[in-house]
Design a protein. Structure first.
Length: 272
């Protein structure tokens, strides 16, 4: 009787610890559901008025769950609440445009990157006809735009110290200024520069092919379960090799075909 009681207490403590610290890979497989923490960010993850989710990382999470042969359960958070939700055991994994950083790695284990977040430069084609290099734009005759309070605000001062700088309150205002020719270039996170050039091919170009700055985006899981990281790294390698990841990335970041569904998006979020 005492032995049975001890086993029961041990099992109960195991379940409690699991719920506090989060599930391991094996526990997730046993439960049959992958709880995914996401943050709404176009086109990474968006929500339709019907409640249905769509986006690059929604496709990734669905494919990951399919390969694990489990169901997927999405939980939406503000970006700053994702890591606390993982640490408290509310979710099993973060798939939410989470950049790898040393400070975050103190709290979570990162997989290898499945995507990069890039900052590039979109230009007004008419006003920058004579500018052939990045250094050509670093001149008082050119005005470079950025969004106020964004990391690009500091970047324009560093990359273009001699040019004129114009800050805007949001990406829509900065984008319109570039299209209208009020500024000559706009420093912004992808895919905004690419989308601007695709939607306005006669006004906007993105001549800077290589990103000026890039960060690595990876899966994040709780510490203490190396098997989960080994599996996620294998998953990334496999789907880079079979081109599935590249195909999905190109659809969401190199085309605007998916924007046909935007009328049905509930409060579509901005990228910045």
């Amino acid at each position: 009787m005492l032995k049975q009681k001890s086993l029961f207490i041990g099992l109960l403590l195991s379940l409690i610890c699991s719920s506090i610290s989060g599930r391991t890979l094996q526990q997730t497989l046993n439960y049959g559901t992958l709880r995914v923490g996401i943050a709404l960010h176009m086109p990474w993850a968006m929500q339709k008025r019907s409640g249905e989710l769509m986006g690059f990382e929604i496709d990734i999470a669905n494919k990951l769950a399919e390969d694990m042969k489990v169901n997927v359960e999405f939980r939406v958070y503000e970006s700053e609440r994702l890591i606390p939700a993982l640490e408290s055991g509310d979710i099993d994994i973060i798939i939410a445009r989470l950049a790898v950083s040393p400070s975050r790695a103190l709290h979570v284990n990162f997989s290898q990157p499945y995507m990069t977040d890039e900052i590039t430069l979109a230009t007004n084609l008419l006003s920058t006809t004579l500018a052939e290099t990045l250094e050509d734009l670093n001149h008082p005759d050119y005005t470079i735009a950025a969004v106020s309070g964004h990391s690009t605000e500091e970047l324009i001062a560093h990359i273009f110290p001699r040019s004129q700088h114009q800050l805007y309150e949001g990406s829509e205002l900065a984008s319109n200024a570039l299209i209208d020719g009020a500024v000559d270039a706009y420093l912004e996170e992808e895919p905004i520069p690419t989308f601007l050039s695709l939607e306005n091919p006669n006004q906007v170009g993105a001549p800077i092919i290589d990103p000026l700055v890039q960060t690595s985006i990876a899966f994040a899981v709780n510490k203490g379960d190396p098997d989960f990281i080994v599996f996620l790294n294998a998953w990334i390698i496999a789907h880079q090799s079979d081109t599935w990841l590249n195909t999905v990335r190109d659809y969401w970041f190199e085309s605007i075909r998916w924007k046909e569904q935007l009328d049905d998006i509930n409060q579509a979020p901005q990228i910045n």
